[in-house]
Write a protein that binds this ligand. Structure first.
Ligand code: OGA
Ligand code: NI
Length: 363
């Protein structure tokens, strides 16, 4: 049994007033007013840094015996240094992706009363509403969050029936995301030099959830944030962007690197549990979303959870292989999830509290 993560999230409903605020976007109400989150840190421009471009990993090369070694090294380096990469030639069924895109855009374009059919309930984690609020502040976005796997954890009441294509599209897309995640994880295992089963097994049949976001345009992109700076709390994240509106930024070496949307690609990132599993070899990196003055932006984000026998902890084989001590405390999955949500609404990163302070190391 996977632990229940309902009743622990802090999400606000989307009301007619919110719809009006988003549509008008002239007056920014107090709870959306976030200039500090938008203006914090330096944003790197395209010509300022030769290492500007987020690494691009090619699935066809990963699968080609002659090219695999170099491509796996690229994947590994991206996970160690950026915590993020773009995946091209990913092999995900195009029709499935298109049906999911189409259903998503149709869902968001419906009047509020239709979207409210799957509205968040009682501080629940699932359903339609705002994203998680942090320190009481709200993001400039509407989000549909759903538990999509395993099947028995699905909550059919929260799956939109309008448009009528939505459920079928989501079901197929969810299955494709599992295949994609498992493939990528097996290449990560090769890069890490760890036994496939010891590594991939930590993700197999674990919970999959999705956050489907729409960021409305805002006339004051310097005053509101699409998503607060955060790291992802689960294991692996796969992001599909539905348009070419920029917005996602990744923090690297203290600066924000905007991701240039690349049609037909996925953006994949290491999340907190994967950082713990690899004992810090792969990095879960902070990111945020800015809004755009002219154009809306829509994304479908798939999260994979992971654990080692119900615990969040470094994989024993990884420690043995590298002959190192654990840098993170072990914690039960349910406690991890609870702690993560509590830290989230306080604007903290929960894995910081799991770090074991090490004696200075000369290497
Ligand atoms: C997230 C996230 C980024 C985006 O949902 O955790 O970081 O571009 N989304 O929607
Ligand atoms: Ni994220």
């Amino acid at each position: 049994m996977e632990p229940s993560i309902n009743k622990v999230a802090n999400r606000d409903a989307i009301t007619e007033e919110v719809v009006a605020v988003f549509a008008e976007s002239d007056f920014i109400p107090e709870r959306y007013y976030r200039p500090d989150d938008v203006l914090a840190g330096i944003v790197v421009g395209p010509d300022e840094d030769e290492a500007y471009d987020l690494p691009v990993v090619d699935m066809e090369r990963l699968l080609d015996p002659e090219l695999a070694e170099a491509e796996i090294a690229k994947l590994g380096s991206a996970c160690r240094n950026w915590g993020f990469f773009q995946l091209v030639n990913h092999g995900v069924d195009e029709q499935v992706v298109n049906e999911m895109k189409d259903s998503t855009l149709r869902f968001f374009s419906m009047p509020l009363e239709s979207k409210k059919m799957v509205e968040i309930q009682d501080n629940g984690f699932e359903g339609y509403g705002h994203h998680f609020s942090r320190l009481g502040k709200l993001d400039w976005a509407e989000s549909l969050i759903l538990l999509t796997q395993p099947n028995e954890d699905r909550n059919p009441d929260m799956w939109p029936t309008n448009p009528s294509s939505f459920r079928d599209a989501l079901e197929k897309f969810s299955a494709e995301m599992t295949n994609l995640a498992m493939r990528i994880l097996s290449f990560m295992a090769t890069d890490l030099g760890v036994d496939q089963e010891a590594f991939v097994g930590a993700f197999r049949d674990r919970q999959q959830s999705m956050a489907i976001h729409r960021y409305p345009p805002c006339r004051h992109p310097d005053k509101v944030i699409g998503i607060t700076p955060h790291t992802d709390g689960l294991g692996l994240t796969l992001l599909l962007q539905l348009d070419d509106t920029p917005g996602l930024q990744i923090r690297k070496d203290g600066r924000w690197f905007p991701v240039q949307p690349r049609p037909g690609s996925f953006i994949i990132n290491v999340a907190d549990i994967l950082q713990v599993l690899t004992n810090g070899t792969y990095r879960s990196v902070e990111h945020r979303v800015l809004t755009n003055a002219e154009k809306g932006r829509t994304t479908i984000v798939t999260f994979y959870s992971a654990d080692v026998d119900g615990m969040v902890k470094p994989i024993p084989e990884v420690l043995k292989l590298n002959g190192v001590e654990a840098r993170y405390k072990s914690i039960k999955m349910l406690e991890y999830i609870k702690g993560n949500f509590a830290a989230l609404s306080d604007g903290k990163q929960f894995i910081d509290s799991l770090r074991i302070t090490m004696k200075p190391n000369i290497s």
